[in-house]
Design a binder for this molecule. Structure first.
Ligand SMILES: C[S@@+](CC[C@H](N)C(=O)[O-])C[C@H]1O[C@@H](n2cnc3c(N)ncnc32)[C@H](O)[C@@H]1O
Length: 174
């Protein structure tokens, strides 16, 4: 069965297997601080991960989850709801110059992550949560000094939906 499966063409929404691993970060501040890094070189455009999500209705988010630790793990969903990405979708750390882009399929409750550029083995895989002025933590990523300079230059461009949740609520957008 294994060889049969691997001989079949990969469908457009099947990520390439074994591209990443979870590691302990030197810079985030959780009790167990993790990030995700590449295990091998990844070419630009490669589908790295597909995260199935749990939809959290707006009411549950507003009255419960935003007061919990999960607040720092949620993606913005539809109609004021939020999405909890399963698997490593919830473990990507933030960078102002991320090497992953992601798209949210609100109907299928799926977030797809693709390489935004060529990525070298051992590089941390990162997404952007939004502009640095809206983050709820001190950005300690390796590129944060350079990135805060760039984000100040691009502050006005950063108001799209789809980033992780907390700052958007502070921002009064729901
Ligand atoms: C979605 S979680 C990422 C996984 C998290 N590092 C963990 O081990 O559970 C978001 C949290 O990671 C931390 N984090 C993510 N990116 C960071 C960065 N660039 N600098 C410092 N902390 C970061 C913050 O504490 C944030 O609330």
């Amino acid at each position: 069965i294994t060889s049969l499966t691997s001989e079949q063409p990969r469908s457009n929404n099947t990520p390439v297997p074994d591209l990443y691993e979870v590691f302990c970060t030197p810079y985030t501040t959780e009790e167990v601080a993790r990030g995700v890094r590449a295990k091998q070189n990844i070419a630009r455009g490669v589908l790295v991960e597909v995260a199935h999500c749990i939809r959290i209705p707006r009411e549950e988010y507003v009255h419960h989850l935003r007061y919990s630790v999960l607040e720092h793990y949620l993606y913005v969903g539809r109609d004021g709801g939020m999405l909890m990405a399963l698997g490593v979708g919830s473990l990507f750390n933030h960078s102002q110059q991320p090497n992953l882009n992601y798209t949210v399929d609100h109907d299928q409750l799926i977030i797809s992550y693709r390489a935004a550029r060529d990525i070298a083995a051992q590089e941390e895989l990162t997404i952007t949560y939004g502009s640095s002025s809206k983050l709820w933590f001190v950005d300690r990523s390796m590129d944060s000094v350079e990135s805060s300079r760039i984000s100040m230059l691009h502050e006005d461009l950063d108001d799209e939906a789809g980033f992780l949740g907390a700052f958007q609520l502070d921002n009064g957008s729901r």
